[in-house]
Design a protein around this ligand. Structure first.
Ligand code: NAD
Ligand code: UFG
Length: 331
């Protein structure tokens, strides 16, 4: 089976491409390197021991995307390509709506035109808004606090409506919780541009001495120690979940939470990182970050029951692997 992986040079897409190649799939990557680098393609091939087909395209460009379908037999699509900086999406909403919605539309249209009926979409736990934890797939979605989140809600709706009139179309909406960590080789991982928005890359850059201290956004939440609680999931577990999702696609809409089901507070993550790597992370507590919720963790029973998948790597492994990558990474 041949899978078109959009955004395959990015953080989650690169790890997933390796998992797909190892599982015997052929992989065609389409990426415009907006938030990634060309050398990633060669690293994927090196780690998987197999070649990929690569297209440098913007997947909002319908003509360019159609060329891929004309030249290759494609059995399914995993659509990772998207912009993901929550704060930036508030400042530049049109950029986010344009890129994230148009890419989904272009790909859904290509499915229709070229008869592709398998689609896996990168959604986010953000679609649950400030619901009661643990988040369950059957919950009503609540408003998100930013355009990024809205693009995920809208893309889910577009794919769901498209599925309603195309009975053979099988779509998996995968709601990721907080992906962290890196491939165990340390060769690929999360390398955000500029100062990281997310907690784990911020911690690894403090560990490396690139940043002076972590700023913890609030310690007055109604949580175990007052700091925000999230469901961190190792990116390789997440990658493997995509293979399971592809293998269990059934016609209609399949929605799955991808997390561990366990909540970890900011302070607990800092402590786990320090213990796992023997490095002290200096921090200070500052005001809450606008738009943050207190707690976010998944009910993961559906993915286990229907996909036969569950996360295997613990928080210590996430911290070790994140640090192994950061330690040797050169910009
Ligand atoms: P990433 O930025 O590392 O990867 C995204 C890739 O898509 C990049 O290589 C980028 O160059 C590419 N891209 C973006 N727009 C494109 C376009 N128009 N055409 C072609 N390529 C394009 O991000 P990631 O962390 O790997 O996230 C992948 C997906 O998962 C995104 O859709 C993101 O919203 C979603 N997601 C991520 C998280 C997270 O915390 N990392 C959580 C929930 C959901
Ligand atoms: N945090 C800090 N200091 C930092 C960064 C984060 O204290 O420098 C705290 C946050 O307040 C939060 C926790 O660490 O309590 C996790 O924050 P992240 O920014 O790492 O992750 P979020 O849960 O805020 O957001 C992530 C993705 C979004 C996605 C969301 C829901 O960035 O794209 O998970 O899955 F929508």
């Amino acid at each position: 089976m041949s899978i078109l992986v959009t955004g395959g040079a990015g953080y989650i897409g690169s790890h997933t491409s390796i998992a797909l190649l190892k599982a015997g799939y052929s992989v065609i990557i389409a990426d415009n390197f907006f938030n990634s680098r060309p050398e990633m393609i060669q690293k994927i091939e090196q780690l998987a021991g197999k070649k990929v087909i690569f297209y440098e395209v913007d997947v909002t460009n319908e003509q360019a995307v159609n060329q891929i379908f004309i030249h290759h037999q494609i059995d399914g699509i995993i659509h990772f390509a998207g912009l993901k900086a929550v704060g930036e999406s508030v400042k530049k909403p049109l950029k986010y709506y344009y890129n994230n919605i148009l890419s989904t539309l272009v790909l859904a249209k290509a499915c229709h035109k070229y008869g592709v009926d398998k689609f896996v979409f990168s959604s986010s736990a953000t679609v649950y808004g400030d619901n009661k934890v643990p988040f369950v797939e059957t919950m009503d979605l609540l408003p998100t606090t930013n355009p990024y989140g809205e693009t995920k809600v809208m893309s889910e709706r577009i794919l769901t409506d498209f599925g309603k009139v195309n009975p053979n179309f099988s779509v998996s909406l995968l709601r990721y919780f907080n992906p962290v960590g890196a491939h165990e080789s340390g060769l690929i991982g999360e390398a955000p541009n500029g100062i990281p928005n997310n907690l784990m890359p911020y911690i690894t850059q403090v560990a490396k001495g690139k940043l002076e201290r972590l700023r913890i956004f609030g310690n007055d939440y109604p949580t175990v120690d007052g700091t925000g609680v999230r469901d961190y999931i190792h990116v390789m577990d997440l990658a493997e979940a995509h293979v399971a999702a592809l293998e269990h696609l059934t016609p209609g809409v399949n929605i799955y939470n991808l997390g561990t089901g366990k909540g970890t507070s900011v302070l607990e993550l800092v402590k786990a990182f320090e213990d796992a790597n023997g490095i002290t992370i200096p921090y200070e507590v500052v005001a809450r970050r606008l738009g943050d919720i207190a707690e976010c963790y998944a009910d993961v029973s559906k993915a286990k029951r229907e996909l036969g998948w569950e996360a295997k790597r613990d928080i210590v492994t996430m911290c070790r692997d994140a640090w192994r990558f950061e330690r040797y990474y050169e910009e």
